[in-house]
Design a binder for this molecule. Sequence first.
Ligand code: ADP
Length: 496
Amino acid sequence: MDVRSDDGPATDAAALWRLTLEHSPIGMALVDLEGRVMLVNPAFAEMLGRDPQAMRGLHFSEITYSDDVADDVDQFTRAVSGETGSYRVRKRYLRSDGAVVWADLSVGVVRDGSGQPQHLIAQVLDITEQHEAEQRLAAAVAETERERQTLAAVFETVGVGLLLIDAEGRYQRMNRRHRETMSLPFPEGHAGAAGQLGHVYHLDGHTPLSREEMPSYRAAQGEEFTDYRYWVGDDPLTRAAFTTSARQVRSPSGERLGAALAYQEITDLLRALRVKDQFVSSVSHELRTPLTAVLGHLEMLCEDEELPGDVRQRLQVVRRNADRLRSLVSDVLLVARAGEVGLEMERSDVDLVRLVREAVEAARPGAERTGLDLTARTPGRLVVRVDERRVRQVVDNLLSNAVKYTEAGGSVRVTLRLAAGAVELEVADTGIGIAADELGAVFTRFFRGAAATARHIPGTGLGLEITSSIVGAHGGSVAVSSEPGGGSVFTVTLPA
Ligand code: ADP
């Protein structure tokens, strides 16, 4: 067969081989039986940054990285001796500039007609980049594995119970801590599906959580929540309190994979809070009795016409302050009682219109002193079964706040109405308003707004907490909308 090349007419097989060697992108070399280079092609010389002519006569060990010489020599010897005849290794060559080149080397022995070895032919593929990529991959895999083990260790050792559920609410994985605490709510075992009912109770300690209220069920429905508190366990003496948070787990493309739940035990905290409430409530109770006696006597003294005018004036000051002290003590007592045992209600049929009008008239002198316009809009009559004393306290609190936090010339508007089967009481003012980031906190204990403290407006931060406990105990709710400088609207909704 004739083969043509660019530089001439038909060539013979030897010339063809020379051409192939010359143009091959793969490194090639002929090596004599001692291991000395007879011939290298340009690809191989270039790979090692050397001159092809200068490589002639070099022993292959001279261009091999020192650590790989022994193995290469061993394989070479076994091939020449006929034991193997050929071999393939991954080895390192040395470039002329001292750099290391990773190579995939295949060597075969060329024999003559009688089977005598003549020389060896080597093919060398530069795999430095591939090798480096493999190294990086191996390092990444090792790093991932280390990370996985660290995470697994953390997962197992933290004092917080951890649970992973899939998108259908099936339990995927839980740590040791969570496994340990499962027997309290589920003494008969758990089937591994979110929403199983057990001995799980609301903070009142006796109303069981419904399926929809179970934390795992809520998380399985796609909800996220923080600090969801409840009690678990049948026996009040050994039961434990937990707070749970849930976050949804999504794939990088946003698909919902499931949820992660963290369960922290807060039994000691809740018991300590209860002890604190008991303590506060008994101290306040003890304070109230002597204060009532002091106030009774003060009242009598203030009415005594025989006392000199300046003495009576001073007694009035003492009486006002003692009165303030009594109302403070009652507020603290009420908050502590609500936390300890819940508020006990004394319900009767009450006309809210009368109650609101009385409260407005009681607030009027204070409003007039600050130059406020105080108005009330009510229907003719609205009878509801409530605890009269406590609901009056709600109206008084909202009204006194509205008056307290509104500057001279402003107005306070009270509206009572029946809307969609519920009673709505709205107290709107044109006062200093509440900052957006404080709105969520105004109903918490001892919270005082920055604007209130900056203006030195007196207060304890208890009024709105009391308001919301009383409204809550009636099965109602209280909401606020406000803007700094734009006034506030508090709306109480009570079931009619
Ligand atoms: P107190 O009035 O004793 O501080 P409250 O619990 O009644 O306690 O109110 C809590 C906080 O909410 C107040 O300190 C104040 O910052 C804010 N606040 C309540 N009512 C109003 C209102 N009508 N206008 C503006 N701020 C209010």
